[in-house]
Design a protein around this ligand. Structure first.
Ligand SMILES: Nc1ncnc2c1ncn2[C@@H]1O[C@H](COP(=O)(O)OP(=O)(O)OP(=O)(O)O)[C@@H](O)[C@H]1O
Ligand SMILES: [Mg+2]
Length: 239
């Protein structure tokens, strides 16, 4: 099995503000892995550090066996990695179609057109909105657009930061199902989620972060059913 991402002892942050204190995490080809943890523990920073947006200080990050520690975002995109940020992930003043075009502005018009068609096949709700401004989309439609745009570069590894945050339960379910379906296209998925139960129910494995460190990792089933983890990280109610 191919190890897609292998992170050992990653430290990082923003300038002199250290947020990550030695993260160890891996993900194999075709896996769906969820990172959970309390607000402010460094989940987004971790994904950003991998993707060359937050500052990398030290540690080893390998992508498909090659060191990518501290590499630039554009180089990572060319290697097949895509990222959907937690906030501000669409251009509101551009149309849906223009947003999708932004996902592949170095591609020929022909190839770009084909990829936009493929993205719209995956998120058919967007098809009827193609010429509307992204500002007019609902929260769930915006997330679909953000994910579609990330797919235009035809990644084989997708980093998603809280794709279901602030969405209705119906949209949350739809988005997670679509993300799960990406695995059938051979895309490996690393996701940070607030709705941890929903995402973990589709995941192979999970990681729990706290204060810039991984404090627990295991099979998603185990995380979902462990009473102590449930109490501290998943909320105590059953849903
Ligand atoms: N650009 C920045 N410059 C300095 N500090 C930042 C910056 N962005 C985030 N931080 C700080 O880094 C810490 C971790 O933030 P991060 O966004 O990674 O947390 P998170 O686990 O994703 O939280 P949430 O669940 O609320 O999204 C927080 O203390 C935050 O204030
Ligand atoms: Mg975050």
């Amino acid at each position: 099995m191919t190890r897609v991402l292998d992170v050992n002892g990653l430290t990082g942050g923003y300038g002199s503000v250290q947020i990550l204190y030695g993260i160890d995490l891996h993900i194999d080809e075709g896996e769906f892995v969820t990172i959970i943890g309390p607000n402010g523990c460094g989940k987004s920073t971790f994904i950003k550090a991998i993707f060359g947006i937050a500052d990398y200080y030290s540690g080893q990050v390998n992508y498909r066996g090659k060191s990518v520690s501290g590499m630039r975002t554009d180089q990572l995109v060319n290697m097949g990695i895509a990222y959907v940020p937690q906030v501000n992930n669409v251009f509101p003043s551009l149309s849906v179609e223009e947003n999708l075009q932004m996902g592949g502005n170095s591609l020929s018009a022909n190839i770009l057109g084909q990829r936009i068609e493929r993205a719209l096949d995956m998120f058919p709700d967007l098809r009827s909105r193609e010429h509307d401004l992204a500002a007019s989309l609902s929260g769930g439609e915006r997330q679909m657009l953000a994910i579609s745009r990330a797919l235009i570069s035809e990644p084989n590894f997708l980093l998603l930061d809280e794709p279901t945050a602030a969405l209705s339960p119906l949209y949350q379910q739809q988005i997670i199902e679509r993300i799960d379906a990406l695995r059938e296209q051979g895309i490996t998925v690393l996701i940070v989620e607030q709705n941890a139960r929903l995402s973990l129910s589709r995941s192979d494995r999970g990681y729990i972060m706290s204060n810039g460190k991984v404090v627990h990792t295991g099979d998603a089933d185990h995380i979902l059913t462990d009473p102590e983890i449930g109490q501290y990280f998943l909320g105590t109610h059953d849903d």
